[in-house]
Design a protein around this ligand. Sequence first.
Ligand code: ZN
Length: 564
Amino acid sequence: MNFNTYQYERPNFESFKQKYNSLLNLFISSTNKEASIEALNSLNSLRNNWDSKAQIAFIRNSINTKDEFYEKEQAFFDEYGPLNAELDNKYFKALVNSKFEPDLAEHFGVQFINLAKAQLKTFDSSIIPDLQLENKLVSSYSKLISSGTVEFDGKTMPITKLGPYMVSSDRNVRKNARIASVTFFEENEDEFDTIYDKLVKIRTQIALKLGFDSFTELAYLRLGRTDYDKQMVSSYRQSIVKQIIPITSTLYKQQCERLGLDKLKIYDESYRFNTGNPTPKDSADIMLKNGLKMYQELSPETGTFFEKMLNENFLDVLSKDGKAPGGYCTMISDLKMPFIFSNFNGTQGDVDVLTHETGHAFQAYQSRNLQIPEYKFPTYEASEIHSMSMEFLTWPWMNLFFGEDTEKYYYSHLSSALLFMPYGALIDHFQHDVYANPTWSPEKRKERYSELEKIYQPDRDYDGIDYLERGNLWVRQTHVFMEPFYYIDYTLAQICALQFWINNNKDKEQTWQKYLDLCSLGGSKSFLDLLNSIDLLSPFEPECISNVACEVNKFLDSIDSSSF
Ligand code: ZN
């Protein structure tokens, strides 16, 4: 098999729909559990087949956005997406009403039924116009933010191109780049406020129509969170404040001393080391070769897997003309192979592709025989565990990429994991407060953000940059607009990944076995059930965060970072 030569053919929606409906009828009219299971298997292979074609079109379109053929194929799948969702909705209803539900749960696990139940609660045909408005507002945010340009260094550039200036060794350049990055948001402040205000109101209206008290409950169901609630998340955030913030305050203090500054300002935070951030030493080709060596040495499973990815072209990571920006990992069910897409650019991000994205891909590969489409990947907070843990499990090979910078990389990787956590919790707390108070004015929201910032980021100093002082930083956080409440997930997964790091330092063999077990389970269980099956502590257990914080702190303390 080879991805590049794999024959693609556009499916016909009418005949797909016909087959879908007849298999669904077969499922509904089954008179015993065996027949019901068989009908469900056939229906799911049909759904997998449609999705596999959609994935191939999507991948080939992103590899070459100038290829008109796949641009049209992508447009075809975009157009039929909602119609397909309508069919799935019918299937979910039939599933939860099936008299063989207990048998199906026994055979396939209960998770896909629970996800169907959650999904059904989030939809009713009476909210279609509201959903359309929500989508329109999300698109207008996305359009507005991607149109953002800035005048800097004598050039007009997209805001994202300010990145290298923001970590310049010249403090003035960093400061000016930070100020410039804010200009676009400040000029469009009213428009951002209006879009968000409308989003909060329409989401609240949708939630009320569906019978929820607020949008928060609906958002949790949209994210497939079936086994934890907002109270648990709230105490989790408090543990972060208690256990993590004292450590991050020390890390900022050390950074300030290391950089020889009187006070660490917002524009200094990403500039972590006087000697620059750790970067890979070799060309992309050598990095891929080293990646293969790393995975062959890590385990037989990862060795075989990564060889296959390379040999059969399920990896497209070099920058090329016409390629879409960014990176992702997806799964092509029919080929039982994941695909990794990226644009190598000579930064630490390239190594992350070989560890983080490959962690996602390895999970999808290990669970490739799970036929239920909903089991391909777990829910967000769980699916980031495989990727973030792989970043730690591959530590012993980081010298292949970072050479003499390896120790600095360890320090940077581990400390960044902790430094992110309070911000993740802040963004989450803010959204909970916003949707609990949907009548707040934009000004009131910003006031609240500023108050929360003082709790979660007590060391933050905006140095008088007015727009940021007024509680506006969250506006650039796309999740807040586009995927509400999806953000705390990164922190939950990070706490689990750090447990893998701790366990791996004690017992490599056993930890690897647990990791393999977790990957093989794919999305067949809920977040807490997945953790339970491999004996990881839930981040919602109070002692979990304190254990993790203590171990990480010990390691960071053992490294002399003053020379970095
Ligand atoms: Zn990820």
